[in-house]
Design a protein around this ligand. Structure first.
Ligand code: TRP
Length: 611
């Protein structure tokens, strides 16, 4: 049997593990979650979750991982099998293969966006030029194929190109192995990441005062609103963030831990990983995006901006802010490279388990394993990319990036604390360790963590925020006739009209489209001249309703060339997402079944090797 791979050095191990944890979650998801969930009030449940299951699961992951590594296993099926002599254990471990693979499929797509945006910043494609205005929201949605227009991107070609580059880079690093690939990447990317964070924080903190100051942003993030603590959603959001940011509940940290030497201080390594992650998240995650938004849009707007989601903070608001200051190309590029590096060191981590599984259990060479995974990776990302607007991406995120994590963590903590035994586990964690984890955590792991995790699971299961099965897209169809920018603040009426459209969609069960001729006048008034649409759409949305609908959005637009009236075409698409959501589920089930089958075969052969 081939010698098990090892990390080259302790510093390399620490950087790689930190790279695993530090990702998009730290720089985009954290600020948006915090801003959406009461600012400072979020930090209290966040800290509680960190102590109650974040740190405990991190230590468990390192113990389980090193223990499995000693027995030649780098993935959960083999690890669980060693810890729990029960035929079911390896099948439970399948979660630790299928989930990271599924996660990886859409996470690398985000990574590819960051790389492409770094390129767009560097080449100045997101800066206004005479006769060319960039509405960053439309730009972003067109890039993803999530718009009714094609002014900046004729098709998904650009997105596809950057996706290919990203996957190739990942496979290249993974194919080089643990020490020469992942570790080397971390040694370059992590210091660069910290430097970029520092540069951007300094830039933001020295922007001065516009609509607000950087301090307004920090105040917003760190002034607790205690009434929000009564809201279970705040707690659920905090729990979700802790899971996501620490990379726990996937078997990815376990996989990294399996490559340490048997006497490595894993208590320290786990603690350092969590500490580095928290440092980047709480310090830099709150020092860049939110203060920048406070300066540029004013403190009152932060919640509104945050409510549009992590990606729009990263891909729309941040470049919007940065491009109004000198050195846009430089700082814009740095911002997106920062996100890209953060994502890169996480995506290799999340993909390594599948490669390791093919190496350890299926006995493929590393190159062969990487090539196969690269192919699956690319093919698997295609539906996520092409059917983005149908919610395939969200569906993956929901099952793999949210629900799945908790299930794995529950299984893992029960195996660790009750089957393997918390005393044995505690000894395993401290073997070779210089530091001692406070004894209280032994108690927490046994009694508090499982209960907390089950609570989180019940919370999610009873109040699922499933991706919408219907959507309504609209935007200015031909931007050459009107290159200005639009913004809107939808009201209840918008929602009402929208739900009538959704009812119609539910009846016809297919996409509906429409086009509206609209006149914009210099004083801000909007008049619908004509609305043509699919008859089923037209039945619920005629000229008048469309006019009402636009009015209910408190439409604002920027006439940037002159204050003359303009006539524009607005494209509308009502999407019936259900079949695509089922497609996503089928893909997910397919991978689960495939891995279950693979595990069954591998283990049978081990006990009855073919003659
Ligand atoms: N922690 C990563 C981030 O903050 C995302 C992530 C979640 C992850 N689970 C993971 C990365 C497992 C690698 C492995 O963006």
């Amino acid at each position: 049997m081939a010698e098990k791979e090892r990390w080259g050095s302790r510093i390399g191990l620490v950087l790689a593990a930190a790279g695993n944890a530090v990702g998009i979650g730290n720089l985009l998801r954290f600020p948006s979650q915090a801003a959406n969930n009461g600012g400072g009030a979020f930090m209290i449940p966040y800290l509680v979750c960190l102590l109650v299951f974040g740190l405990p699961m991190m230590w468990i992951a390192w113990s389980v991982g090193r223990y499995g590594g000693k027995h030649g296993h780098s993935t959960l099926p083999g690890m669980f099998d060693k810890m729990w002599k029960n035929p079911a254990s390896k099948y439970l471990g399948v979660l630790g293969l299928a989930l990271p693979l599924l996660f990886c499929l859409y996470y690398t797509y985000i990574e590819a966006w960051c790389l492409s945006y770094a390129w767009f910043s560097l080449t100045g494609q997101i800066v206004d030029k005479p006769g060319y205005t960039v509405d960053l929201a439309v730009f972003y949605n067109e890039y993803l194929g999530n718009a009714t227009s094609h002014s900046y991107f004729p098709n998904l070609g650009t997105a596809l190109t950057f996706l290919l580059i990203t996957i190739t880079l990942n496979i290249w690093v993974l194919g080089r192995g643990i020490a020469k690939g992942i570790e080397l990447l971390a040694k370059i990317a992590m210091p660069a990441l910290l430097l970029f964070c520092l540069l951007l924080s300094i830039r933001v903190l020295t922007l001065g005062k516009l609509e607000g100051t950087a301090l307004d942003g920090l105040n917003f993030l760190y002034t607790p609103d205690f009434t929000r603590l009564k809201d279970p959603n705040t707690w659920m959001a905090a729990a979700g963030q802790i899971f996501f940011t620490l990379s726990i509940g996937f078997g990815a940290m376990e996989c990294y831990a399996s490559y340490v030497r048997s006497k490595e201080d894993i208590a320290l390594a786990g603690t350092t990983t969590a500490a580095t992650n928290e440092f980047v998240e709480v310090i830099f995650g709150s020092m860049i995006a939110i203060p920048a938004a406070a300066i540029f849009f004013g403190p009152a707007m932060i919640t509104t901006i945050a409510s549009t989601g992590s990606f729009s903070i990263g891909m729309i608001s941040m470049p919007e802010i940065l491009r109004h200051f000198p050195l846009l190309k430089f700082f814009g590029t740095i911002w997106f490279l920062l996100l890209f590096f953060a994502a890169f060191t996480s995506s290799v981590a999340v993909c390594q388990p599948i490669i390791a599984f093919l190496q350890d259990e299926v006995k493929l060479s590393r190159k062969a394993a990487s090539a196969i995974v690269g192919m699956i990776w690319f093919l698997g990302t295609i539906p996520i990319m092409f059917f983005y607007k149908y919610g395939v991406f969200d569906e993956f995120d929901y099952w793999a990036g949210t629900i799945g994590l908790v299930i794995v963590a529950i299984v893992e903590v029960i195996i660790f604390a009750y089957i393997f035994g918390v005393d044995r586990g505690w000894k395993e964690l401290h073997e070779g360790a210089f530091i001692k984890i406070p004894k209280i955590f032994k108690f927490i792991i046994k009694y508090v963590t499982p209960v907390a995790l089950i609570g989180v699971f019940i919370g999610w299961a009873s109040n699922p925020s499933v991706p919408a099965d219907k959507a309504l897209l609209w935007n200015v169809a031909d931007r050459s006739s009107y290159p200005g920018k639009f913004s809107s603040t939808p009201t209840d009426e918008t929602t009402q009209i929208q739900s009538r459209v959704y009812d119609a969609l539910g009846k016809v069960k297919r996409d509906l489209t429409g086009w509206a001729e609209v006149e914009l006048s210099a004083d801000g008034a909007i008049r619908v001249i004509d609305f043509t649409a699919d008859s089923s759409l037209r039945a619920v949305m005629d000229d008048q309703v469309f006019q009402q609908w636009l009015a209910s959005q408190n439409f604002r637009y920027e006439v940037n060339r002159q204050t003359a009236a303009a006539s524009i075409t607005i494209g509308v698409e009502a999407l019936y997402r259900t079949p695509y959501i089922w497609l996503a589920r089928m893909i997910m089930i397919f991978f689960f079944v495939l891995f279950l089958f693979l595990i069954g075969t591998v283990w049978r052969q081990r006990h009855h090797p073919a003659a």
